[in-house]
Design a protein around this ligand. Structure first.
Ligand code: NDP
Length: 242
């Protein structure tokens, strides 16, 4: 049976590249999104990958959504926790709502999505969980205390879960992209964007496909010995400016 891969935020940006990459590797992919129906419909049309709409910070919605995917497609073998948002601002001006929104989507989703698949993976003695963190979870970024805290949390979650499930054929790894050319980075002001690129030794933003290739490796059976790792893909930015 073709293994089933679920990619959250799988219809746009890095997630869309991951979905396409996994499909190209022969997996049956289900892409989860939240609000952008037209992007999801276009992605569905272009790729033939089925899309599912729910909020990854909603525990009930994740359980119901995974149950629906498993009913329609089969048991989930690969979970890519990619959905994420930013709500930037200096901490001394940050509202509780902006803090909670970022923590809910980027970190609570590690619980809600993973909890919905982990028991099945343990029963079947196979699973691949790949969590998308960020360079800013590794180094901290001014204006992003909420995002940096959530993404650092993703790394801790990954390392603990990897140890809990290593004897069950389940690997759990984190990928930390640097700045990648997606809508998330396009939202940044032009002068900030130029400053970001100046701080990247390879002299450019990353491409979503460059992150997707790493995810494809981690999802593959060949990556069975790779667990609890944090893979940094940032054009040298962290070592140069971390
Ligand atoms: P985009 O903003 O391009 O896409 C985000 C995706 O996540 C969309 O599909 C969106 O759905 C989905 N999403 C957002 N919130 C929810 C939610 N509550 N429930 C379900 N789906 C949701 O993001 P990127 O591709 O740029 O980023 C992908 C991941 O990579 C994120 O975790 C981000 O933090 C991380 N990252 C990105 C970097 C970058 O430079 N771009 C750098 C480092 C890390 P919809 O289309 O419906 O809005």
């Amino acid at each position: 049976m073709t293994p089933i891969a679920v990619v959250t935020g799988g219809t746009r940006g890095i997630g869309a590249a991951i979905s396409r990459g996994l499909k190209g590797q022969g997996y049956e992919v289900a892409a989860v999104y939240h609000g952008n129906d037209s992007a999801a419909a276009q992605f569905r049309q272009e790729t033939g990958i089925p899309v599912f709409k729910w909020d990854v910070s909603d525990d009930r919605a994740c359980r119901d959504g995974i149950a629906e995917i498993e009913r329609r497609l089969g048991p989930v073998a690969i979970l890519v926790n990619n959905a994420g948002i930013t709500r930037d601002g200096l901490f001394h001006k940050m509202s509780w709502e902006r803090w909670r929104e970022v923590l809910a989507t980027n970190l609570d989703s590690m619980f809600t999505m993973t909890r919905a698949v982990i028991e099945g993976m343990r029963e079947r003695c196979f699973g691949r969980i790949i969590n998308i963190s960020s360079i800013n979870g590794q180094k901290g970024q001014p204006g992003q205390t909420n995002y940096s805290a959530a993404k650092a949390g993703v790394i801790g979650f990954t390392k603990a879960l990897a140890q809990e499930n290593a004897d069950k054929g389940i690997t759990v790894n984190a990928v930390c992209p640097g700045y990648v050319d997606t809508a998330m980075v396009a939202a940044v002001k032009e002068e900030v964007r130029a400053k970001i690129i100046a701080g990247i030794p390879v002299g450019r933003l990353g491409a979503a496909e460059e992150i997707a290739h790493a995810v494809s490796y981690l999802a593959s059976p060949k990556a069975a010995f790779c667990t609890g790792s944090v893979l940094t893909i940032n054009g040298g930015q962290y070592i140069a400016n971390g």
